[in-house]
Design a protein. Structure first.
Length: 333
């Protein structure tokens, strides 16, 4: 893949197809992004379309799943790394941290097509011998022209040789061979799902603490073989733990600030615990073999079923309602 990044002003370059390998997906049906534009100065515009009915990231209370928002942002990491910064396809992108916040009112499922625009700015872009080492990405997201949320992340890029050294013998074949079978799931309704195969938590008999359960055959969370629990699986575990801690059907996770402190391996039990920080804010910790692997702060809001008209419908009747709604405060840096 040619490196089109030069850090200086240039004419916008529009590309109109996103193949699944560009977003690190095997299934083309899981690709949410549709096209992108590379601007100068480490700025990029990416377009996506949200399905009204996703097989896993299902709408709730007539609102899009915030983890669908997260997965859309996540797909921009490999996309822009490959097409704008020349990262080879055999490289490994590793999350350091990730934060997001969404406006629950703006997440309402529209009556027609859901067009998403992501404005991405990359900062602190570090290279070594013309190879990307790490960078920070800031993303502002609009849904049908309405500001819906923002995200912030930092990740590193590693060659196969460096990644192998970092993993210290946790090769793919060995990791898959040693992977533990998933324990029985919690009841789906307690974590906001309808089907047991979508539950990533198991009961421990202790309030506020659950065991992670990884079904490596899950078509979405494990779209392709991996040697450790992927970041999206862990964020889903955080979301499900927040829901299980407060099973009110109106509760919705609208933000997270997450630090990835270590890989969560497939061959040893891992645990997630949540506690209350203050009203509307939870803490979450993932542990494995007496070591903290992830810490997070989670924003949870009460979001009742919509009874009023969708914002897009109001805007058509009242053109002066085009000001973007303010986002709720979260721990996003």
């Amino acid at each position: 893949m040619p490196n089109v990044h030069n850090g200086g002003p240039e004419e916008p370059r529009v590309v109109a197809r996103v193949a699944q390998e560009l977003v690190h997906k095997h299934a083309s049906t899981e690709v949410l992004l549709t096209d992108w534009t590379v601007h100068g100065g480490d700025r990029h515009t990416v377009h996506a379309v949200w399905p009204r009915h996703h097989s896993f990231y299902r709408s709730h209370n007539q609102r899009f799943d915030p983890l669908l928002f997260v997965e859309t942002v996540r797909q921009t990491f490999p996309l822009l790394s490959h097409v704008a910064y020349g990262v080879p396809f055999d490289s490994h992108l590793v999350w350091d941290d990730f934060a997001f916040e969404v406006d629950a009112q703006a997440m309402l499922v529209p009556p027609a097509r859901a067009d998403v625009v992501l404005e991405v700015t990359c900062t602190d872009v570090r290279t070594r011998k013309n190879r990307l080492v790490s960078m920070t990405m800031h993303t502002e997201v609009r849904l049908n022209g309405r500001h819906v949320g923002r995200a912030h992340t930092r990740f590193t890029n590693h060659s196969p040789a460096v990644y192998s050294r970092l993993r210290r013998g946790h090769g793919l074949a060995e990791a898959l061979h040693r992977a533990l079978p998933p324990p029985p799931p919690l009841r789906p309704v307690t974590v906001g799902h309808h089907h047991p195969e979508n539950v990533v938590l198991a009961d421990t008999g202790r309030p506020g603490r659950w065991q992670l359960r990884a079904d490596l055959d899950h078509a979405v969370l494990f779209d392709h073989p991996v040697d450790h629990l992927p970041g999206m699986f862990l964020l889903e575990a955080v979301r499900q733990a927040a829901r299980a801690d407060s099973p009110d059907a109106d509760r919705m996770v609208t933000g997270m600030s997450v630090s990835f402190d270590g890989w969560v391996e497939l061959d040893a039990p891992a645990w997630i615990s949540v506690g209350t920080l203050r009203a509307g804010m939870l803490s979450a910790v993932v542990e494995q073999e007496r070591s903290t692997r992830l810490t997070a702060e989670v924003t949870v809001e009460s979001v009742p079923v919509r009874t009023e008209r969708h914002p897009a419908e109001r805007d058509e009747a009242h053109p002066d309602h085009h000001r973007p709604a303010a986002l709720h405060s979260s721990a996003c840096p």
